[in-house]
Design a protein around this ligand. Structure first.
Ligand SMILES: [Zn+2]
Length: 427
C-alpha cells in the first residue's frame, strides 16, 4: 500500500516557505533554519528566551550555539517535530543524527544543495506536485518570486479585520489606499480591496483569532461597529499608544470579519482557518493564547450564517479533533485539513484520520500540509504522512470494510483530488 500512496502526487494545502531566491540568498545555517517547531519542544523543556536568541544567532560561530541545542535535542528528538527533522536530514542529506561530529557535515551538505532548482529537487523527492503558500499578512500581490508551476497562494486580511487602535487603522488605510473617517469608508474600501486582490489567490487564510483572541465572533450591527470605530478614532487625540479595550473594539472586528466572509462568499473562494493547538515558537516561547480559545465549536454561528462559504478547519483542530469531525459531519460547508498534524503528533494523526474516514464523507478531508518555514521540514512531514495514510487505508482493507480500489481511491482524494476540487486548481 505504501507504493500506491507513494505514487500519488500530493497537493500540499499549507506552507510558510519563503521564495527559493530568498532562501538561497541567506547563510545556510541549520541551527536557526531548522529550528521551526523543534523549538516548541525546547521551550517545553524550559529553554529560556536568552538561550533561544543564542541558538538562532547566525552571527555567532556554531560551536558557541551547539551547547544550547545539545541540552534539549536528546529529549526532543523523539517527538513528531524531532522525527520530521531527523527523516529530512537523513533522506535529503545522508546524515543519521545530529551530533557535534555530524553537524559540520550537515552544514556542508546543505550548502552544496543551495543552488537554483533546490525547491523543485526537494518537492520531486517528496512527490509533491503543488503547494499552497501562506505568506502572512501580504500586500495583495500573489507570490511574485515563486515558480507558479509549483506554488500558489492564499491571502490574509487580518491587518484590516483585527483593528485594535488608531495605528492599526492608519495601516489599514494605507493598505486600502483610502482615507477612513467612518465605518462606511472602511467597509466600502475593504470590500473593493477584497474584490481587487482575492481573484489572484486560491483562498483566504486566517490564524490571528486562534493565536491572539478567540474563534467566537458575535453578531455586531453597523451601529455597534461604528461605535467601536469611534473609540479607535478618538484614541488618536489622546496618548500616542492609547488603545481601547478589546471588549470595546470587538464589535468592529466582529463586523469586519463578516464583511470579509460575505466577499469570500460572493467570490466563491474557500476559507482556511487555524483551529486548535498554537505553536509557542516565538521569541519568548510562551503560548500566545489559551488553547480553549481555538476550539472549532466556537465557529458554529458562522457556519450557519455563511452556508456557501467552505470553512476549512486547520490542524485537525487538535486536541479538538473529535469535535472537528462532528462539525464536518453536521455542516455541509465544513471541511477538515490535517496540515501540521502529521508532525505535531504522528500517532494521533493516524488515529484521527482513521476515525474521520469512518465518520465523515471522504471528499471533505485533506491529509497533507507541511506547515513549515523551511522546505526540508515539508519533506520530513510528507514522509510521516504518506506512511500513516498507507497504514490507515491498509487497516480498512484488512478489516474487510473496504476493497483495495476503495482504499486507492480514498488515498488519491485525501492527498490530492479533494484539495484540487476545493481550491479549483488546474494542473
Ligand atoms: Zn501555518
Amino acid at each position: 500500500m505504501l507504493d500506491v500512496v507513494g505514487s500519488i502526487p500530493i497537493v500540499d494545502t499549507h506552507e510558510h516557505l519563503e521564495a527559493e531566491v530568498d532562501r538561497l540568498s541567506r547563510v545556510q545555517d541549520p541551527l536557526s533554519n531548522f529550528m521551526h517547531y523543534v523549538c516548541d519542544d525546547f521551550f517545553a523543556q524550559g529553554m529560556t528566551p536568552e538561550e533561544y536568541a543564542i541558538l538562532t544567532d547566525r552571527g555567532r560561530p556554531w560551536e558557541e550555539r551547539w551547547p544550547v541545542f545539545e541540552r534539549y535535542w536528546d529529549y526532543a528528538k523523539t517527538t513528531g517535530y524531532g522525527l520530521a527533522l531527523r527523516i529530512a536530514i537523513r533522506e535529503l542529506y545522508g546524515i543519521g543524527d545530529l551530533t557535534r561530529d555530524t553537524y559540520p557535515k550537515l552544514v556542508e551538505a546543505v550548502k552544496n544543495r543551495a543552488t537554483k532548482g533546490f525547491y523543485r529537487w526537494v518537492l520531486e523527492r517528496a512527490n509533491i506536485r503543488r503547494v499552497i503558500i501562506d505568506h502572512g499578512d501580504n500586500t495583495g500581490e500573489s507570490l511574485p518570486k515563486f515558480d507558479r508551476d509549483l506554488f500558489t497562494g492564499v491571502i490574509r486580511y487580518e491587518g484590516i479585520v483585527f483593528i485594535k487602535n488608531w495605528r492599526d487603522l492608519a495601516n489599514a488605510s494605507r493598505r486600502l489606499k483610502a482615507p477612513i473617517h467612518n465605518l462606511s469608508d472602511l467597509e466600502s474600501a475593504f470590500r473593493r480591496y477584497i474584490r481587487e486582490t482575492l481573484p489572484n489567490f486560491v483562498g483566504v487564510k486566517t490564524s490571528y483569532p486562534a493565536y491572539w483572541q478567540s474563534l467566537k465572533f458575535e453578531y455586531a450591527t453597523f451601529n455597534e461597529a461604528e461605535y467601536a470605530l469611534k473609540a479607535v478614532i478618538q484614541g488618536k487625540e489622546g496618548f500616542r499608544d492609547y488603545a481601547p479595550s478589546l471588549d470595546t473594539v470587538k464589535p468592529l472586528q466582529d463586523y469586519l470579519f463578516r464583511v470579509m466572509l460575505s466577499e469570500i462568499e460572493a467570490l466563491g473562494k474557500p476559507f482556511q482557518i487555524h483551529t486548535g493547538i498554537q505553536s509557542s515558537c516565538n521569541a519568548d516561547g510562551t503560548p500566545t493564547n489559551a488553547v480553549y480559545n481555538a476550539n472549532p465549536t466556537l465557529l458554529i454561528n458562522l457556519f450557519r450564517e455563511y452556508p456557501s462559504v467552505k470553512f476549512i478547519l486547520f490542524h485537525a483542530s487538535y486536541p479538538y479533533s473529535r469535535e472537528a469531525g462532528v462539525l464536518a459531519k453536521q455542516w455541509p460547508n465544513v471541511y477538515l485539513d490535517l496540515c501540521w498534524m502529521h508532525e505535531i503528533n504522528p500517532k494521533a494523526y493516524e488515529d484521527i484520520l482513521s476515525e474521520w474516514l469512518e465518520l465523515v464523507p471522504n471528499n471533505k478531508i485533506m491529509a497533507f500540509g507541511g506547515d513549515y518555514g523551511y522546505i526540508e521540514g515539508t519533506y520530513g512531514a510528507s514522509r510521516i504522512a504518506r506512511q500513516a495514510v498507507a497504514r490507515v487505508i491498509q487497516e480498512k482493507v484488512d478489516k474487510g470494510h473496504w476493497d483495495k480500489e476503495d482504499a486507492e481511491k480514498v488515498a488519491g482524494r485525501i492527498l490530492r483530488q479533494n484539495a484540487e476540487a476545493v481550491f479549483k486548481l488546474t494542473q
